[in-house]
Design a protein around this ligand. Sequence first.
Ligand code: ATP
Ligand code: MG
Length: 358
Amino acid sequence: MSTHRIAVIAGDGIGKEVMPEGLRALQAAAARFGLPLEFTAFEWANCDYYLQHGQMMPADWFDQLKGFNAIYFGAVGWPDAVPDHISLWGSLLKFRREFDQYVNLRPVRLMPGVPCPLANKKPGDIDFYVVRENTEGEYSAVGGRLFENTERETVLQEAVFTRKGVDRILQFAFELAQSRPKKHLTSATKSNGIAISMPYWDERVKAMSANYPDVRWDQYHVDILAARFVLSPERFDVVVASNLFGDILSDLGPACAGTIGIAPSANLNPERTLPSLFEPVHGSAPDIYGKNIANPVAMIWSGAMMLDFLGNGDERYAQGHDAIMRAIETVLVQGPRTPDMGGTASTTEMGTAIAALV
Ligand code: ATP
Ligand code: MG
């Protein structure tokens, strides 16, 4: 297998502290299973760079990154110095759009050793994926203000759903469901209130389902679906949603399964023509930066997801992924644990313990 080239962007805040731990686990897996990984670090897409250059990234960022197989990304944002909309739109959101990472994938899994905010849940009870459409839908720039500064002031913002955009996210979600033992897909919708775009989404789900006769599927209005996440998370397997609904559900899901410090995510270009991006769900957490107490598990788990994607069925990569996941589970149960999990260990201690078990 040819070398996989990985661009490493630590970013801001605790991104800089958890990234070395993610790399430590990946290096361990690469050494043990002979994975041809090549890492290249980039010192931009962070707020220090912005303060020096007036922009988050160099003008040729796309050309510099397009040849990589993946981007391993820490976190971006330092709101005291740079407004979040500038740092985010100037880096991460550019990657998602320009690299056509139209799938945002978040596992929601209750891990052993992690206290669950929901009563009476044990590992195995919560194990599903949220698949969020990442490039269109409600997050569009189409719209504007009418009759500005008058009594009739009116603001419009359009949601844009294309057949290509809807079908490709549904296809990804159905295929993911088909690959899992439960083979069950749930579509989040709101066709009673949003009477044009959501019935279209429902129609495309039904059409797509014909290609996957072995996948059972259902659809829920997103409001009751959110309640079900909390009340009966056991019943979900793969949940697919538009950009806005998926954004909300993909924060709610991991919150139902414990601390934000362990939740991973992937932004995928499933065709692999451009790099996919793997990052923790959490942000740069300025409040705890500099103390070396951030939980490194979200970063490390995101690295395991990256191996799974890069391997694309290759046995050695699957073994690397599984070894990292087992090491995470063992350390979540036995410690050492960071303070967010009630422990006293540093980021480095927890990360080193995980890498030693890979
Ligand atoms: P976003 O990047 O979405 O803007 P945010 O800046 O609002 O996120 P985070 O940076 O994720 O939020 O931090 C939210 C809270 O969770 C903070 O109090 C932070 O200390 C805590 N937190 C986030 N990540 C971790 C982690 N890896 N370990 C421990 N605590 C964390
Ligand atoms: Mg933030």
